[in-house]
Design a protein around this ligand. Structure first.
Ligand code: 3H9
Length: 676
């Protein structure tokens, strides 16, 4: 097998170039090639310095994650980086694309780092539930300071080359198109420089209180995760222990985390997210329909949020409303949202006008005639949707994709009502649509392959994580939410409190529990609007105007700043219902709450899978991570069920009288998992 590392010479400079598509991951062959190159430099007296560079779109994007959990082939990455740093000739990292994880650690072991301005550097290991295990936690603080190292390694977000240069992680910026030439020139310049700047040789002093301060400031962000705490503590070693000792402790921490369920869950999600974009039965190179202008019907919260996704990606949007006032209100909210982002520094001030300049507000549906994709976000009623689609059938140009943002309704029924069902699909955005990452792409019975593939490609452009769902009530996410909400209400009737159920969910790692979620979404959603008809606790709350956060009262009471407190009135309403219905009461435990609210979700997931409404179990996990905030360190409901053991889930469901999904039972009996 040919090595992915080529060595070439420019005068007395040795250039080691890695070509290991797609991201130059540091797999065994790359490590072996680099080791051989360093050995060549060590033994060949005619070589004065070494440049390490990468072909393709990026510098090393990290260790090869697919090798984790398999026997390690020599040399290990820690050994390789030590060998690079130990060379007694200057080694220069020439960085373009992304130098991430192990890639950044290779760069840190080099004596000099030069990068193009568009490059990004980072230590994203924390997002895989692990820590930088090739000296990164010890070299980075010595090179760029403790605070910079904590930010980079414990949060995992990469920084630009300019920021890296300010911090000392990059020594010099290269021309965008002249990286190799600039790196070679740099190598010639420093060829004779001695002593070589070795990160590990530096001693570091820092105020020890920064660690505690960092832990406290980020406590909410790190809640439930094991890796950040471990990362902070190994970085702490860089100020009070010699390099070798710190590196050995880093190694121990790495080995501990790589074996953890959390890391397995986070790595599962890394690959699940990428797999989700593959559509069964559709070739990856299928020709896509061009999308140069998008139409959105409805300028309410949903329509406005949906539009912003496209505007932010530079795609013009025509937005339609029925009344001028509603149109003005909707576009006003969009502008305010952009201005808010600019004020927070998330976008540049000029981007507000850039985005809004791409928006064409109108009251005429006919103005959608030149749109390539039209998404309706009108009132959730089959009759209303059919009426809109009927009009679009006449107005839209041939080949335009017609999408509904419905959360529950039957896409096939909508499609069947017009003359071009092949152009129809569901695009289910999650609220707030400009923020939430998830997009369910609903595949109708007749949806054309190129329509689906175009929607999937577009989802990447607008930075969503998309999953293909089949037509069924609530698609993947909301369908699984229903049994959870139903059981939570039953538990209230049997003796639990909203606070107790929500607390168990939050302790599990969810951003909020079922009742906090109801209050946020609106207790009045789906309400029949007749205050005299009180058939459930929800009806009683809605009849009293307790519609949730927006009204300052729902399952909780809220102050002006929307801080919740337990509501004595809600406790009374619940108690009345318990008495009226004569529901037997018992002490509800946390275990019962988990078994009765989360196990049925897994059960529903199994039904969804068996019915082919999700392509794979990992897609369901992606839906729950990105649409509902399921804790990523638990890997999504199906992965979590695998780690709990499917036999345990089945036993729990049976204990509480649920009908077990045949696929779940079958897998439990065979000792199989949903995710292989
Ligand atoms: C580490 O370094 C540990 C060390 O500290 C210690 C070791 C001792 N390995 O994302 P894309 C695949 S941990 C294997 O769609 P993009 C990916 O699955 C690592 N495969 O491209 C996909 O495959 P497929 C720390 C990898 O342009 C294909 O490459 N590093 C790896 O949107 C394209 O990926 C990270 O966590 C990998 N490391 O984004 C960085 N990375 O085509 C992880 C990617 O079959 N990677 N693949 O679906 C990324 O963040 C993005 O891939 C990157 C490119 C930004 C680089």
């Amino acid at each position: 097998m040919t090595s992915p590392i080529t060595s070439s010479r420019q005068g007395d400079i040795l250039i080691l170039t890695s070509d290991n598509p797609p991201v130059n991951a540091l797999g065994a062959a790359v490590r072996q090639g680099l080791q051989a190159g360093i050995e060549e430099a060590r033994t060949d007296d005619s070589i004065e310095a070494v440049v390490i560079a990468c072909a393709g779109k990026t510098f090393f994007a990290g260790a090869d994650i697919t090798e984790f959990g398999k026997p390690m082939q020599e040399p290990s990455l820690p050994l390789l980086v030590d060998a690079i740093e130990a060379l007694d000739k200057p080694v220069i990292a020439a960085i373009h694309g992304t130098a991430l994880g192990g890639g950044c650690e290779v760069a840190l072991a080099c004596h000099y780092r030069i990068a193009v301005p568009s490059a990004k550097l980072g230590l994203p290991e924390v997002k895989l539930g692990i820590l930088p295990g090739a000296g990164g936690t010890q070299r980075l603080p010595r090179v760029a300071g403790v605070e910079f190292a904590l930010e980079l390694a414990a949060k995992g977000d990469p920084v630009s080359a300019a920021k890296a240069k300010d911090a000392g992680l990059v020594d010099r910026l290269a021309g965008e198109d002249s990286l190799l030439a600039d790196a070679v020139a740099y190598a010639q310049e420093v060829a004779a420089a001695r002593p070589l700047p070795r990160a590990s040789a530096k001693t570091l002093t820092a105020d020890p209180s920064v660690f505690e301060a960092f832990r406290n400031t980020n406590a909410k962000r790190f809640r439930g995760f094991e890796a950040p705490a471990e990362i902070i503590s190994v970085i702490e070693n860089s100020i009070n222990k010699p390099f070798a000792e710190g590196a050995a402790l880093e190694r121990q921490g790495f080995m501990k985390l790589i074996m953890s369920v959390q890391s397995a869950a986070q790595r599962h999600i890394f690959f699940a997210e990428r797999k989700a974009s593959k559509i069964d039965g559709i070739a990856e190179d299928i020709a896509l329909r061009p999308i140069n202008r998008v139409g959105v019907i409805g300028a309410g919260t949903m329509g406005g949020g949906i539009s912003m996704n496209f505007l932010s990606a530079g795609i013009p949007v025509t937005i339609v409303e029925m009344q001028q006032e509603a149109l003005d209100r909707g576009t006003g909210v969009m502008r305010k949202n952009y201005e808010g982002s600019a004020a927070k520094g998330r976008i540049k001030p000029e981007q507000v006008d850039q985005a809004m300049g791409l928006l064409k507000p109108t009251l005429a549906l006919e103005d959608l005639a030149d749109c390539d994709l039209i998404i309706e976000a009108v009132y959730e009623s089959m009759d209303v949707k059919k009426e809109v689609f009927g009009k679009l059938d006449k107005i839209a140009k041939p080949g335009a994709i017609l999408a509904s943002n419905t959360s529950y309704l039957d896409i096939d029924e909508i499609a069947a009502s017009i003359s071009r069902p092949q152009d129809v699909l569901g695009l289910h955005f999650f609220s707030p649509a400009n923020v939430m990452k998830l997009l369910e792409i609903v595949r109708g019975e007749k949806t054309a392959d190129d329509v689906l593939a175009t929607a999937m490609a577009l989802s990447k452009k607008i930075k969503k994580v998309a999953v293909i769902a089949g037509v069924c009530h609530g698609f993947i996410g909301n369908r699984m939410l229903m049994p959870r909400q139903i059981e939570a209400m039953k538990l209230l009737m049997e003796g639990a409190t909203p606070e107790q159920i929500d607390r168990v969910h939050v302790e599990f790692g969810m951003p909020m529990g079922p009742f906090q979620m109801s209050d946020l979404a609106g207790v009045d959603i789906g309400w029949h609007r007749d205050p005299t008809r009180i058939e459930s606790i929800r009806d009683a709350l809605a009849a009293e105007g307790r519609w949730g956060q927006k009204k300052g009262a729902g399952f909780y009471d809220y102050d002006e700043k929307r801080n919740p407190s337990n509501s004595p009135r809600v406790a009374e309403i619940i108690e009345d219902f318990r008495k009226q219905t004569g529901t037997p009461q018992h002490e509800v435990t946390s275990e019962e709450i988990i078994e009765r609210t989360l196990y049925p979700m897994v059960n529903e997931g199994a039904l969804i899978l068996a019915a082919g409404k999700a392509q794979r179990a990992s897609d369901i996990d992606v839906v729950w991570i990105y649409g509902y905030g399921w804790p990523v360190y638990r890997g999504g409901p199906m992965f979590w069920a695998d780690t709990e053991g499917l036999a345990k889930i089945v036993a729990g469901l049976e204990k509480h009288g649920f009908e077990v999904a045949p696929l779940l039972r079958e897998k439990a009996e065979k000792g199989e998992k949903f995710n292989k």
